[in-house]
Design a binder for this molecule. Structure first.
Ligand SMILES: Cc1cc2nc3c(=O)[nH]c(=O)nc-3n(C[C@H](O)[C@H](O)[C@H](O)COP(=O)(O)OP(=O)(O)OC[C@H]3O[C@@H](n4cnc5c(N)ncnc54)[C@H](O)[C@@H]3O)c2cc1C
Length: 378
């Protein structure tokens, strides 16, 4: 059996690369180890409309859940501020449906998709799956964070997310809670899917995410659990080489999720799009430089922002609850208003800089985080 390209992993990045490759008439097979594309859904589903448009996706009615209107951010001592996020045009989508929608686009272009088929290893002439050997010119590794676990564990955090029904979940309102003792280096979140329905999650360094999430929910009030997922997230930014011989690494497998939030529908998805276009070019020209252009293009688009996000992450990892509380005290309505005017969901370090109090009188935090702070501003 021969295909020009085999893609291992049938999620956003893999399916988008297949869509692009098939659109140029090359044969491409996507293999997905799970039983169903889009399931199990390991995602909060927050994405900007601008991001989706760039990915070439206009959400089907089934995919689009609802618009996010505000984000409430809470400090360890319970003080909070709210950002009006209407300008950001962020929506909550069903990942189960989004992935199927991309699968539909890919197969319309001519790609083949097989579920319950897993990539095992590279062979001299292609790859081996759990069923057979398949020859190919290029293998696309789109296996998500699972592909990174063997390479580098240091950038991985555990996360838990439960889908629940609860009266206290408000349609359109995302909640983010910081507490360095309970969720070191990350945060807890509530992402509504509708009134009284949503996803509540947590990640953090060295914590038992299941126990932590159970505690969070107990404090929040009455709820019913519909689904639980436990999944690793990658927060260390892009890996060194996206192209390794005839293997092209895309999406979370290449570290293309945002270091601040681990959100990757857009940035990992763009990895798939850019890789697919570069692979098509390479298959026409046989010039290895055409393949390499994929990394240059992705880094050109996201490299600088990801560097800044990594610095912001370093700051979060170093500051304690007291400093976070102080930071929150200095956030004025002018600052939240200014952030509410921004449309930078995918390139959000300028909002983080504002929140860190560049113009404020945050002597403690600025001394603590001085060096990193200067870098993030540069
Ligand atoms: C709890 C949680 C919440 C999140 N919330 C958001 C959010 O709100 N917004 C956002 O933008 N991002 C979010 N993300 C991140 C987002 O889900 C990922 O960035 C995105 O799914 C990455 O897509 P991908 O195609 O690179 O990899 P993945 O979606 O991880 O897909 C990898 C695929 O490869 C398959 N696979 C693995 N091994 C093999 C194998 N050997 N053979 C064949 N197939 C294989 C897997 O089954 C899977 O389908 C969240 C992540 C988590 C864990």
């Amino acid at each position: 059996m021969y295909y020009d390209v085999v893609v291992g992993g049938g999620s956003v990045a893999g399916l988008l690369s297949a869509r692009e490759i098939a659109s140029k008439g090359f044969s491409v097979l996507v293999i997905e180890e799970d039983y169903e594309i889009g399931t199990p859904e390991h995602c909060g589903g927050l994405v900007s409309i601008a991001g989706l448009e760039e990915l070439g996706i206009i959400p089907f009615r089934k995919t689009f859940d609802h618009m996010i209107e505000s984000a409430e951010i809470t400090s360890p001592n319970g003080k909070s501020f709210t950002i009006n996020s209407k300008k950001q045009k962020v929506i909550e989508i069903s990942r189960r449906e989004l992935d199927k929608q991309i699968a539909f686009q890919a197969q319309k272009n001519g790609a083949e998709i097989k579920v319950r088929t897993s990539f095992q290893e590279i062979t001299d002439t292609g790859i081996r799956t759990n069923e057979e050997n398949i020859d190919c010119k290029i293998f696309v590794d789109a296996r998500g964070v699972s592909s990174l676990i063997h390479k580098d564990r240091t950038g991985i955090l555990s996360s838990a997310q439960y889908e629940i029904y609860a009266d206290w979940i408000k349609k359109g309102k995302v909640e983010v809670d910081f507490d360095q003792e309970k969720y070191p280096g990350f945060f807890a979140w509530v992402i509504p899917s509708n009134e009284g329905k949503g996803k509540v999650g947590v990640a953090g360094k060295g914590i038992n995410v299941s126990d932590t999430l159970n505690k969070i929910l107990k404090e929040k009030g009455k709820y019913s659990t519909i689904r639980k997922i436990f999944a690793p997230i990658w927060i260390k930014g892009p890996i060194e080489k996206f192209v390794d011989g005839k293997t092209v690494i895309v999406g979370d497998a290449a570290g293309q999720a945002k270091p601040t939030t681990a959100g990757g529908i857009y940035t990992s998805g763009m990895g798939g799009v850019y890789a697919g276009q570069a692979i098509s070019k390479f298959l026409q020209s046989n010039e290895i430089s055409d393949l390499q252009d994929y990394q240059k293009r992705w880094m050109g688009r996201f490299g600088k922002e990801f560097e800044k996000q990594k610095m912001a992450r370093k700051i979060l990892e170093r500051i304690d609850n007291q400093t976070i509380n102080k930071l929150f005290e200095s956030i004025t309505p002018e600052i939240t208003n200014e952030i509410s005017q921004k449309e930078d969901f995918d390139f959000h370090t300028s909002s983080i800089i504002k929140l860190l109090g560049i113009k404020g009188s945050l002597k403690t935090a600025q001394t603590l985080i001085g060096a990193e702070f200067k870098k993030i501003l540069s």
